[in-house]
Design a binder for this molecule. Structure first.
Ligand SMILES: [Fe+2]
Length: 375
């Protein structure tokens, strides 16, 4: 059941790509340079390290502007530099606009030409949630806290639930890492919000990389992680349907869902390095190390995420607010606390499929590129 997995995530899957870590994306014109086309818009940074909010930016305004391509490319660059951008009052944004904008963010920022919006592998599952108007769309993932609560109840709680307080570190993830080619941009719009609660957090993979010693970074750069999600195949088998295929890329086909991704990845737009597949919901194991070493590395990266809250931007959602992030340089986590206050949290998300993750050995860290000291 897709919606069981967790809020902002799409969930599971994989298929092995080459053991060797790719060192480039031949078709990606990286890095890109911001042209200034958004300078007329007011904004404020969420923290010195991550996040920016544009209080008045209207996505529909950009889509209908004379220089739409330039503005969309510039916003893709800003999102990739800041990790995530928050928007407010996107009241006039329809699902078709949201899909188009997310697709164009990837297209105009150098995504491989034959890639597009992600298709959820088990879109055909009868448990999938419908859009607020009752329709469904293979490119839209629906979040609904009340519907998810009922599903969890029938299943005896969320997977792994106990009578003890939950460990929310399991919420951290990067979208679609179960695919051979994961998502670059995700665009979530919140259609309905509870009185409070249900915040989403983003953590900078750039900054986590920068907090690791140079010698240990060098070692991590040699590693890959398997991101296996067998649930899609088992759900499809149980439901008597085929998983969707292809899913936003000719490389995202079949039902194996067990890719190997680099722990450290170069963002194709900024050219900066980030920790990518070292921790989180979709990471199954670190390859080519002993079991206790696998756990130690994942625990260490999760420790960096959860013990450095200056690497984190937190969104307090308002009705019709939006967030757009670049999955290759941030993780995100929902806050499952809406049951404490009541009210529903309904969101709709589109994701673009980016490039095969690669690590350019000549790329720099964010702090190295911006000449910012670590102390
Ligand atoms: Fe997500």
């Amino acid at each position: 059941m897709p919606s069981v997995i967790d809020s902002e995530n799409n969930t599971m899957s994989d298929s092995a790509i080459d053991e060797k870590i790719p060192t480039s994306c031949p078709s990606c014109p990286t890095p890109l340079v911001y042209s200034g086309s958004l300078d007329h818009l007011p904004f404020f940074e969420i923290t010195p390290i991550i996040g920016r909010e544009y209080p008045t930016l209207k996505i529909t305004g950009i889509l209908h502007s004379n220089n739409a391509e330039q503005q969309i490319r510039d916003l893709a660059i800003i999102i990739s530099e800041r990790g995530v951008v928050f928007l407010r009052d996107q009241n006039d944004l329809h699902i078709s606009d949201q899909k188009q904008f997310c697709d164009l963010l990837g297209k105009y920022s150098g995504r491989p030409a034959d890639h597009g919006l992600h298709v959820h592998p088990i879109y055909r599952d009868p448990g999938n949630l419908s859009l607020p108007d009752g329709s469904t769309d293979e490119n839209i993932y629906v979040i609904n806290s009340e519907a998810q609560k009922k599903i969890y109840k029938t299943m005896g709680g969320r997977p792994g639930s106990t009578n003890e307080p939950r460990d929310l570190s399991r919420e951290w993830h990067s979208d679609s890492t179960f695919e051979n080619v994961p998502s670059d941009f995700s665009f979530l719009k919140m259609e309905e919000t509870p009185p409070h609660g249900g915040d989403t957090l983003w953590c900078s993979g750039y900054e986590v990389y920068d907090r690791i010693s140079p010698s240990f970074r060098s070692y991590l750069e040699t590693l890959t992680a398997t991101c296996a999600q067998p649930v899609f195949k088992s759900a499809a088998t149980a439901g008597g349907y085929q998983v969707m295929s292809p899913r936003g890329s000719p490389l995202n086909v079949g039902d194996e869902f067990a890719p190997k991704h680099p722990l450290v990845r170069t963002n194709r737009i900024t050219g900066w390095k980030a920790i990518f597949a070292g921790a989180g919901l979709h990471v199954t194991k670190i390859n080519d190390v002993y079991t206790h070493e696998d756990q130690m590395i994942r625990d260490y990266i999760m420790r960096l995420i959860t013990r450095n809250h200056d690497c984190i931007a937190r969104m307090k959602w308002t009705k019709n607010a939006g967030a757009i992030w670049n999955n290759s340089c941030v993780w995100h986590a929902a806050t499952p606390d809406t049951h404490l206050v009541g009210g529903n949290r309904i969101g709709v998300r589109a994701s673009s499929i980016g490039e095969v993750p690669y690590l350019d050995p000549n790329s720099k860290s964010r702090r190295e590129a911006l000449n910012i000291s670590i102390t």
